[in-house]
Design a binder for this molecule. Sequence first.
Ligand code: ATP
Ligand code: MG
Ligand code: FE
Length: 341
Amino acid sequence: TIILGLESSCDETAAALVTADGRILAHRLATQEEAHRPYGGVVPEIAARAHVEALSPLVEAVLADADMTLDQVDVIAATAGPGLIGGVMVGLVTGKALAHAAGKPLVAVNHLEGHALSPRLADPSLQFPYLLLLVSGGHCQLLLVRGPGDYARLATTIDDASGEAFDKTAKLLGLGYPGGPAVEKAAAGGDPSAVPLPRPLVGTAEPHFSFAGLKSAVMRAAQSGRYSTEDIAASFQQAVIDCLVDRTGRQLASHGHVTALVVAGGVAANQSIRAALESLASQHGLPFVAPPLWLCTDNAAMIAWAGAERYAAGLVDDLTVPARPRWPLDPAAEKARGAGV
Ligand code: ATP
Ligand code: MG
Ligand code: FE
């Protein structure tokens, strides 16, 4: 079974061809970083237009890379949310058109499920259930992953997402856009204990994450003029690591039956975060799984793979499936905590 995956929920346009047994036949990505750089963040209207221009050529390119035609594809998988609605619509409508024209089944993929299942594409031996730390531009959650479409959200952020904290810190420090990799680079030349910064919610009984207070403290440190950019970046990164490790460790202590500790999402590309989580997993006697860096940030291989897992589980959509700007993986938990969290 061969799955064509389409991704267009944020600022990367991507297409990929993946097999149901986890081989990546082709994957391509067009990043819009340059288009958004002057604005210091993603501009939805610019993003949507850029997806329209980039997507069809990318689909043709991956088919050519794999020396295939659309007829040889078995399933079309497209991101249907959550994300910037203009971009999501471009990918989903393209997926619907291809599915209709070629007479293939459509799988509407939750972008977060793409991140959540990407570790199984990287490591086919990874079994359900696993504890997932999903750290991305818009999310910071701990999820019990029981299978495709079957998630229990154990914790989430009460304010900023982890990637958002990196991006805002980068902006504050004048490190530019996108912020995560720039902060990591600056941090490598700094002292992680130089700047005293808070670790919001660490050690508390509540399971959630919080990064807003950290961001304000970073702003005060930067304005004080007493610290180098490198020291602030390193201290910020260390504070984030301490929060992630504390919150994740708390769940590992109460979910002894999981097969592994897994990290996914764009922030999982950070080497210091990976190293800290790997040592946490080994303290709990668990394997640690993190996808390769390119599979952590947005891509279409993870969407094709989530499509493969859903298709294998009989989860196919019809052509009326809507694009969804908001789409939680665990709607019950979302509802229980109220809007926004
Ligand atoms: P979501 O998946 O929640 O919808 P998104 O798709 O925009 O959001 P991703 O592409 O998964 O997010 O991740 C992008 C985020 O990852 C950005 O906030 C970016 O700063 C962050 N990031 C990327 N590389 C690194 C890194 N090396 N260190 C820290 N953060 C990073
Ligand atoms: Mg991006
Ligand atoms: Fe993402």
